[in-house]
Design a protein around this ligand. Sequence first.
Ligand code: EPZ
Length: 429
Amino acid sequence: MDRIRIRGGRRLKGAIPISGAKNAALPLMVASLLTSGTLRLGNLPHLADISTLATLLAELGVDISMDGDAPGGGHFGRVLALTARKIASTTAPYDLVRRMRASVLVLGPLVAREGVARVSLPGGCAIGNRPVDLHLKGLEQLGAAIDVQAGYIEARAPKAGLRGGHIVFPMVSVGATENLLMAASLARGVSVLSNAAREPEVMDLARCLIAMGAQIDGVGTDTLTVQGSETLSGATHNVIPDRIETGTYAMAAAMTGGDVELVGAEESHIESLIEKLREARVRVTPTARGLRIAHGRGRLKGIDVMTEPYPGFPTDLQAQMMAMMSVAGGAAMITESIFENRFMHVPELGRMGANINVHGASAMVRGVPSLTGAEVMATDLRASVSLVLAGLVAEGETIVNRVYHLDRGYERLEEKLAACGADIERIKG
Ligand code: EPZ
């Protein structure tokens, strides 16, 4: 297994190109199941999760081709053409779903288009149990019959197909909103999704569905109204920039006392982060190409953060914020309100000298003068990258193991950081 070696102490200076958003690209690729036309997606990141989903979609009958390279060539910012002329299978098998839980998003589109779907339960993951009950309840409200047995979800639409319904989410769920938005787009009649997720990735999916002919009102609000269509057509759509990658590198620049331009960053998608960065004395300046992040006057200030559904502070930036607060001046209370077990980076940061005490859903971080490099292990995607950030400022050498977690969500991470002066390299293992 590959590992990443970092020697800390370098200030990051220069520019980092922001890739397309993983969490927008995944549902967008699944949307190709809703039409026999061709969906062309541009600015796709080159990530393991994208390849895993492409394998699943191909098994379901989607013809996928690289539809030319990104502007300026190169493997990155890929353009994929996806065509589900016919659905060849309505089963999403366990060995693929277990590798990437977002595979459960094929459930809604398959039931909507084919009237039937058999999808493995994704099971839990490191950060929590992560059930899919809201996905299933929502489909039942669109008329589907749901049966769960032997680890598989069996969903069946009525003969006449799914019908519009009013779905009220008891809690905000990004995936359930996306699954049901896609299903409702082909249901007969009007559906209303109340307490829907408002993440930019959900908005990006809605905009793509509209380009495919779907009739959706309320995009960007917590109430989505969908007038179902008989069929949808192909479309061309560029994936939004990755706000989590943006936030990750913003904190890397701030922690190292650097000065970095995040090229392609979309300021409006990370307002909650920008507010917190400025509170911590980080200078954030919009530029013609994106955002410039520079170390402010004096030491970073410890601040309190609570994760919330969008537009609140993203749970996917919680681990990175904790790494930054580990070397800030003062204390920081970090509360994780979305997932029940998303503090696994704490013991690893502790091994690097961070002073963090967890009390239930909150962690009290007391900034220390410096961290010390160590051999550490990643447990999930965002915990992994928080260890990389810590390694960038730690004295000495840090080795991050299980780098496959990183490859799921960060395109060319070590290249992008090394280009800004970080002493970081991948050790093939
Ligand atoms: C999406 O996961 C993201 N993944 C996650 O990013 C992100 O952390 C999460 O949204 C929250 O923003 C993708 O978009 C592929 P949820 P999702 O449904 O859709 C509970 C990353 O690092 N819940 O909004 O699975 C759930 O357990 C990943 O890129 C139910 O109880 O998240 C959680 O506590 C990690 N029942 C909360 O809701 C359900 O049916 C929010 O989950 C569904 C969710």
